[in-house]
Each structure stands twice: as structure tokens, then as C-alpha cells.
Design a protein around this ligand. Structure first.
Ligand code: PGA
Length: 250
């Protein structure tokens, strides 16, 4: 039985000051609830505020990117050790916005995922097709390429720490959600691929859905057999909607 995992991807939103309020509201609304694993992924500058805010609760902390080198001349990048120091347990890798706007490739996604694992962070590796790719009928090819390349070289205990996120690019921030059937179809495809790559460990790997997940569609999406959580953007910026989604996973 896979424990569901819901992560809030705050993207470039919430200063440290604002984060303090949001995390306090989320913590209060969740109370002792831990039937679903919950992770907050604020901007780097708000990690400290979130670290302070979640103290004494089961809420995990994630970053939105990580570099593969341990240190050095990589202006604008951040290392896994720096994230660990701020209490991070998770890190999002290969989000479609990084791929679209910042030149992230399957190869750099793989390097980041492996560096995260080597440093004891759990990577949330994102994959997903664009609208043009879906309309051209290449969804499964694209997903297969992203999964195989993004996870190349993972072995042994890595699989237990891995989280995947299927995020159809056309559903992100658009209000257009994949139907639960569309999402489940891709999740099942990813699961089959994982069985080939990871063997028996595939049945323990959580695959999140992301893309306009909201309180009113979360229960149905999270009820699908291969959907093991959500990666939430817009709806993660308000405590009430985020906590409603987390609780919908129980
Ligand atoms: P959204 O974003 O929930 O605003 O669609 C999801 C994501 O990009 O992780």
C-alpha cells in the first residue's frame, strides 16, 4: 500500500514573511493529520521560514531545484547540502517550467535527480507532454523518453526514495485538468515502465498527478489506482484549498 504524497509547489510565490503566515495556517488546519504525506516546496529564500514553521509537525520540506555539483562556480544554482541544511527532505526536479524556460533537458534532470539521491534527498521527478505532443499522438513516447532518461542509473535503494510527478503541460495553471481516466492511463503506463526499470520496487514508487488539481477534483483523481498523490501549484497558495486536497487523499 503506497502512502499518498501531496506536495505544494509554490513556484516563485510567497516571500519569507508571507510564507510564515501560510505555513502557520496550513499547520493549524492539518492538525495531527498524517494519513497523507504532505510536503511544502517554497522558493529558496522562504525555506528558513517554512523550516521554522513546520517544526514539530510531520510536514516535509522540498525545494524546487538542485544542482548536481557539490559546490563551485555555478552562479544562481544551489547544492543538495545547502537544501539539507534548510531542512529539505524532497526536491522537485525537471518541472516543465524549468524545461520550457530554463533549458532543462532529460540529461540535466537525470544529473539533478542522481545528485539529490546521493545527498539523501528524495527527488520528485516531473514528466509530462505538451498539448502539441498530445494532439500529435506522441504522449506515451514523450513520457517513456522522459522517464527512461530521467531515471537512468538509478539502482537499489534509490527506487524507494523516488517520487514521480506526471504533469501534462497543457493542464498546468490552465484550469484544464486531465480527466481521471486520462491521468490514470498515463500513470498505469509509467507504472509498467517502472516495473521494467525497477522490478518489484515499482509497486512502492509514488506517482503524483499535477495540473490544475483542486479541492473539487482531487478526490476523484486521487482515487485512481495508480495516482498516489498530487503536485499542486495554484491551489497550494491558500491554506484552505491545499489542506482540502491533502485530506482528499485519505
Ligand atoms: P497548477 O500547477 O496546480 O497551478 O496547475 C501544478 C504544477 O505546476 O506543479
Amino acid at each position: 500500500m503506497r502512502k499518498k504524497i501531496v506536495a505544494g509547489n509554490w513556484k516563485m510565490n510567497r516571500t519569507a514573511h508571507e510564507a510564515k503566515t501560510l505555513v502557520a495556517e496550513i499547520k493549524a488546519a492539518l492538525g495531527g493529520f498524517n494519513a497523507v504525506e504532505c510536503v511544502l516546496c517554497p522558493p529558496f529564500t522562504s525555506l528558513g521560514a517554512v523550516q521554522d514553521g513546520v517544526a514539530g509537525s510531520p510536514i516535509g520540506i522540498g525545494a524546487q531545484n538542485v544542482h548536481w555539483e557539490k559546490s563551485g562556480a555555478f552562479t544562481g544554482e544551489i547544492s543538495a547540502d545547502m537544501l539539507r541544511e534548510k531542512g529539505c527532505t524532497h526536491v522537485i526536479v525537471g518541472h516543465s517550467e524549468r524545461r520550457q524556460y530554463f533549458g532543462e533537458t532529460d540529461e540535466t534532470v537525470n544529473k539533478r535527480a542522481r545528485a539529490a539521491l546521493a545527498a539523501g534527498l528524495k527527488p520528485i521527478v516531473c514528466v509530462g507532454e505538451t498539448l502539441a505532443e498530445r494532439e500529435a499522438g506522441t504522449t506515451f513516447q514523450v513520457i517513456e523518453r522522459q522517464v527512461r532518461a530521467g531515471l537512468q542509473g538509478l539502482a537499489g535503494a534509490d527506487w524507494d526514495k523516488l517520487v514521480l510527478a506526471y504533469e501534462p503541460v497543457w493542464a498546468i495553471g490552465t484550469g484544464k485538468t486531465a480527466t481521471s481516466a486520462q491521468a490514470q492511463e498515463v500513470h498505469a503506463f509509467i507504472r509498467r515502465l517502472l516495473r521494467e526499470l525497477a522490478g518489484g520496487a515499482a509497486d512502492g514508487i509514488r506517482i503524483q498527478y499535477g495540473g490544475s488539481m483542486k479541492p473539487d477534483n482531487a478526490r476523484e483523481l486521487l482515487g485512481q489506482p495508480d495516482i498516489d498523490g498530487g503536485l499542486i501549484g495554484g491551489a497550494a497558495l491558500q491554506a484552505a484549498s491545499f489542506v482540502a486536497i491533502v485530506k482528499a487523499g485519505a
